[in-house]
Design a binder for this molecule. Structure first.
Ligand code: MN
Ligand code: MN
Length: 317
């Protein structure tokens, strides 16, 4: 290791309520050159179909992340012992033109991952997964995906539009970005229009795990199956906070009852250890609907857990 690794600012150096609220109080840098992983915000919500506000997600997740400490007491992961990680700030997204916005995002991610840096993205609504997956495809070819969500996000159109937060995985399939046999969707549920809303995914070869299949049990056995299924190539993790129950994550735009628990969310992310995770996102946190900050706090912790399962993370006893 040539240079000292960046460390989150300790709560014993600067009070946690002081200083600049970067993600995990890490240094902010302008480039991913020299970084193994980064946190990056995508303040964008032009694709939302109901309650908006996810454009404010990155800032609020960073605010709640000030309480995060650098060592994972459960898994013993010590990511800052072995990886160079920083907060690279936000993508400058066009706030008026959705088509231009997703072009902006794809171009930004082409640059972010050009060095092999693995981005953990703070959304933003789920529309951002499409341009990120386009960039992933440019660099890595077809990727496997683990998609946690209440919704399949495979609508053909919404209100006649091809680009929205309910369409990214439909577009990704059409554009050949995904290795469909290595795609798993977990947590799908709620009311729909037709059985086809989820069956279309199965027809593409996805493994669809509806929420009911997750109720009342540990997801550790499921994750063994998931690792088996998505391994053998690059994997992208896309985590819509509404995959978790609105009791735990109320601050989101399209909440659905009967969702996953926080421990199940942790089991999913921790269960990805050992895979070639090339990037991950945490999307759909809407601070205006999150009065106590609990959803953003949860999101900040889940983003840290994502960092803890990236390739090359040190484990320290
Ligand atoms: Mn979604
Ligand atoms: Mn959703």
């Amino acid at each position: 290791m040539n240079e000292p690794l960046f460390q989150p600012l300790s709560g014993n150096t600067m009070p946690r309520f002081g200083g600049i609220a970067t993600m995990m109080r890490l240094p902010h840098v302008d480039t991913t050159v020299g970084l193994d992983a980064c946190f990056v915000g995508v303040p964008f919500d032009l694709g939302t179909s109901n309650r908006n506000g996810a454009r404010l997600g990155p800032r609020q997740i960073r605010t709640e992340s000030v309480l995060l400490r650098p060592y994972n007491m459960a898994t013993r992961a010590a990511p800052f012992d072995s990886l160079q990680v920083a907060d690279i700030g936000d993508v400058a997204v066009n706030p008026f033109n959705i088509v231009k916005a997703i072009e902006d995002i794809a171009l930004a991610y082409d640059e972010i991952i050009a060095t092999g840096c693995r981005p953990i993205s703070l959304g933003g609504d789920h529309t951002i997964a499409l341009p990120i997956l386009r960039a992933m495809h440019h660099r890595y070819g077809k990727v496997g995906v683990v998609h946690v969500d209440a919704h399949a996000d495979v609508n053909d159109t919404m209100y006649g539009e091809k680009i929205a937060h309910g369409t990214p995985f439909r577009r990704a399939v059409e554009e050949g970005l995904l290795d469909c046999d290595r795609v798993v969707q977990i947590g799908l549920r709620g009311t729909g229009y037709h059985a086809d809303d989820f069956d279309w995914c199965r027809q593409q070869g996805f493994r669809v795990v509806q929420a009911e299949e997750c109720w009342h049990k540990s997801l550790a056995p499921l994750m063994e199956e998931v690792r088996e299924r998505v391994g053998g190539g690059p994997v992208y993790l896309s985590f819509d906070i509404d995959g978790l129950d609105p009791a735990f994550a109320p601050g989101t735009g399209t909440p659905e009852i009967g969702g996953l628990t926080v421990p199940q969310g942790l089991e999913i992310i921790r269960g990805l250890r050992g895979l070639d995770i090339v990037g991950a996102d945490l999307v759909e946190v809407s601070p205006p609907y999150d009065p106590a900050g609990t959803t953003a706090l949860l999101a900040a912790n889940l983003a840290f857990e994502m960092l803890c399962v990236l390739p090359g993370v040190a484990y320290r006893t």
